[in-house]
Write a protein that binds this ligand. Structure first.
Ligand code: DGL
Length: 265
């Protein structure tokens, strides 16, 4: 399918990869910044969730998928999944030195800098929070903020099923934040690319005062910078095309991807 897409459009796309539909929150930022590019969005919903799996399994899934994208001719890869990034991005960069590989990590820096000595909760998958990459990130900022990692197993499933609002989700989120005094929270980092899609429901739980941060826009800017550096930006002015593929291979999943992409940012 990717081969035909490249042949038909005559342009190498940027691959955007996630364990499911969450990476659409990054894709929409990429499109906003580089509308003229072609994108190949691949969601591995058949193997989701990644965040409750072991490191080796996620590493292998990610490496295998990215190997295929590159073999078929993409010009860059955005790993639009915090979990897959922590498992594999370092190895991918070693393997593909000449191809821009951009990963995502929880947007802790802007959250920490948003206020003096803030209380910051980082929502992410159990694996992202367990991995060394996150510990190193946290170590960089612990002297400037009170940082509380919050693993959220079970949350991505709501978004995967298209349930981005409603009572059940709201109850889930309320339970998650039950142990916190919300009055004392300053910022919440959405450290999984699925979570921006439930930010409206999160707002209901957290109130208006708590600032929400996600890494999508930063990844888009970094992708543009890396492409420009290599002279790989598409200079045409007409809008590019998007190909959606999902390992679950159902019409429903593709429909959900398009629906999520059409939501206001
Ligand atoms: N979207 C993925 C992330 O950013 C995780 C979802 C999963 O557990 O598969 O971490």
């Amino acid at each position: 399918m990717l081969g035909d897409f490249i042949k038909r459009t005559g342009k190498a796309p940027i691959a955007v990869f996630d364990s499911g539909v969450g990476g659409i929150s990054v894709l929409r930022e990429l499109i906003a910044l580089m509308p003229q590019e072609n994108f190949y969005y691949y969601g591995d919903s058949a193997n989701a969730p990644y965040g409750t799996k072991g490191l080796e399994e996620v590493r292998k899934l990610t490496m295998d998928h990215v190997d295929t994208f590159i073999r078929e001719g993409v010009k860059a890869v955005v790993v639009a999944c915090n979990t897959a990034t922590s498992a594999a991005v370092r190895l991918l960069r070693l393997k593909y030195e000449d191809i821009p590989i951009i990963g995502i990590e929880p947007a802790l820096k802007p959250a920490v800098l948003s206020k003096e000595n803030p209380n910051v909760v980082v929502m992410a998958t159990p694996m992202t929070i367990r991995e060394e990459k996150f510990h190193n990130l946290m170590d960089r900022y612990t002297h400037m903020a009170h940082i509380i990692p919050l693993p959220c197993p079970g949350l991505m499933e709501y978004i995967e099923h298209g349930d981005i609002q409603g009572e059940e989700l709201l109850t889930f989120l309320e339970k998650l934040f039950d142990p916190f005094d919300k009055q004392k929270l300053d910022a919440v980092v959405l450290g999984c690319t699925h979570y921006p899609f439930v930010s409206r429901e999160l707002r209901k739980v957290l109130g208006e005062k708590v600032a929400l941060f996600d890494g999508g826009e930063g990844v888009a800017r970094e992708t543009r910078r890396r492409l420009a550096e290599k002279g790989l930006l598409n200079e045409e002015t007409k809008n590019g095309e998007i190909l959606f593929v999902n390992s679950e291979n159902t019409e429903e999943k593709i429909r959900l991807c398009k629906k999520l992409l059409a939501l206001p940012r």
